[in-house]
Design a protein. Structure first.
Length: 92
């Protein structure tokens, strides 16, 4: 018996060996249940992480394309402004 409290009535009724076997059976069942819950939880967590990281990759790709578009427009504007300034300065 691994520290599990068993009432004296149950111990008297079953006997020491049967009580110990019952406690061992219950401990083994609890451990199997914990292992299964941990396994299922780990699988679900892994699936959720994979799904969310895939969504994040898609969003980042969209953000990257949008950033590239706006960067291109900014640099075109800068080139036009510098060209206009140079044209103005060269006329004078």
């Amino acid at each position: 018996m691994q520290g599990t409290a068993v009432s004296s009535v149950l111990r008297e009724r079953l006997g020491f060996e049967a009580t110990g076997a019952l406690v061992d059976l219950l401990d083994d069942s609890r451990q199997e249940w914990q292992d299964e819950v941990l396994s299922v939880t780990t699988e679900r967590f892994g699936r959720v992480v994979a799904e969310e990281s895939a969504k994040l990759r898609v969003e980042l790709a969209g953000f990257r394309a949008e950033l590239l578009k706006w960067s291109f427009l900014f640099w075109i504007g800068q080139v036009a402004a510098v060209a206009g300034l140079l044209a103005f300065m060269l006329r004078r």
